[in-house]
Write a protein that binds this ligand. Structure first.
Ligand code: 5GP
Ligand code: MN
Length: 322
């Protein structure tokens, strides 16, 4: 708890903050950064919140969404940078510039692969989400948790637990959710916005991506890919389709689902998911990425989709002892 006490001192003594998460932010990132933004705003602190690239529009119901800044709008100095849900500095993308602009760096995360790059590191790999860690911290500091903040935390936790069904969901997770619901949030609407609402273009993109599904290794592995051309053809942004990689993982008898996304020519981002027993983090780590046992990712450069599938299947085969 020492680091938490240090953080408390820091927050009460200083005034200027920047908040950021990883590039291509997900629900945990968005909910976490906006929860801290709301907390610090309500404490009358001077605070800027950043996203590298486009913030996913589906989270625009969160208070503070329209105040999110681009890295170009950053001030020259901040007393403190709060980095949330981000395992290493590289995952900040263009927002890594903020690391040079801050006197203190606070790193709050739940990735077992976290490199502890902050001056204060609060990393709890047993927490379902950063939202769950932050709820504990805000309670410990006796911060007032407004309805706006509660909505952000609910979004974080619901997103990273797949709607409270992944194995990272614990009694503590659900007790936290119970407390948040007690604060009067409209959880049905939020749940629906996170998991159910899709655009027509998003559905078209899903159809293009699922048409690339291939099964390998006696049906234990399902791969699929998403190219820039598919984004053009469908008119969708990637987040409009929802968690596409889950579709691969959810196929009957599949243990590992893999989505290969084209970032630019020759560069691909991999999303890996497992169902029961396989540690996908080990595969991601081999390519300089990271994550959790059942959800991990990495970026591979100077390659092709065919090469990635071949190489990763070899890695998986080796790990399975086949
Ligand atoms: P996703 O597939 O949704 O992008 O990521 C799944 C999990 O792996 C998330 O917890 C995410 O933070 C982590 N992850 C994805 N890509 C990377 C990466 O390039 N580096 C690291 N360290 N973690 C990653
Ligand atoms: Mn997370």
């Amino acid at each position: 708890m020492n680091e938490v006490n240090e953080l408390e001192k820091l927050i009460s003594n200083i005034n200027s903050f920047a908040i950021v998460s990883h590039t291509s932010p997900d629900g945990d990132s968005m909910g976490s950064i906006l929860s801290f933004y709301n907390i610090l705003k309500e404490l009358k602190k001077d605070v800027d919140v950043f996203v590298d690239g486009q913030a996913p529009r589906k989270f625009n119901f969160l208070n503070g969404f329209y105040e999110i800044k681009k890295i170009e709008d950053a001030k020259s100095r901040y007393d403190c940078l709060i980095v949330l849900d981000c395992g290493d500095e590289e995952r900040l993308g263009n927002c890594s510039d903020l690391l040079e602009k801050a006197n203190y760096i606070i790193n709050i995360d739940h990735h077992i692969t976290n490199t502890k790059f902050g001056d204060i590191n609060i990393v709890d790999e047993f927490a379902s989400s950063v939202g769950e860690i932050l709820y504990g911290i805000y309670k410990h500091f006796k911060f007032n948790i407004s309805k706006n903040t509660a909505e952000c935390l609910y979004t974080s936790i619901a997103s990273d637990t797949g709607g409270f069904k992944f194995s990272n969901t614990t009694p503590k997770t659900l007790k936290t959710i119970a407390d948040l619901i007690d604060l009067g949030i409209d959880f049905t609407t939020i749940y629906n916005k996170i998991f159910d609402v899709k655009t027509l273009n998003g559905i078209k993109l899903t159809s293009l991506v699922t048409s690339t599904i291939q099964l390998h290794l006696s049906g234990k592995v399902a791969t699929m890919y998403l190219t820039k051309e598919m984004l053009n053809q469908s008119g969708a942004t990637e987040d409009e389709a929802g968690e596409l990689v889950n579709i691969a993982r959810d196929i009957e008898n599949v243990e590992i689902g893999i989505l290969i996304k084209e970032v630019e020519e020759g560069t691909y981002k991999l999303s890996l998911r497992s169902k029961d027993y396989f540690d996908v983090k080990d595969i991601a780590l081999k390519y300089g990425g990271g994550g959790h046992v059942k959800a991990a990712g990495c970026t591979i450069k100077n390659t092709s989709i065919e090469n990635i599938i071949r190489e990763v299947l070899e890695d998986i085969k080796l790990k399975l002892g086949e």
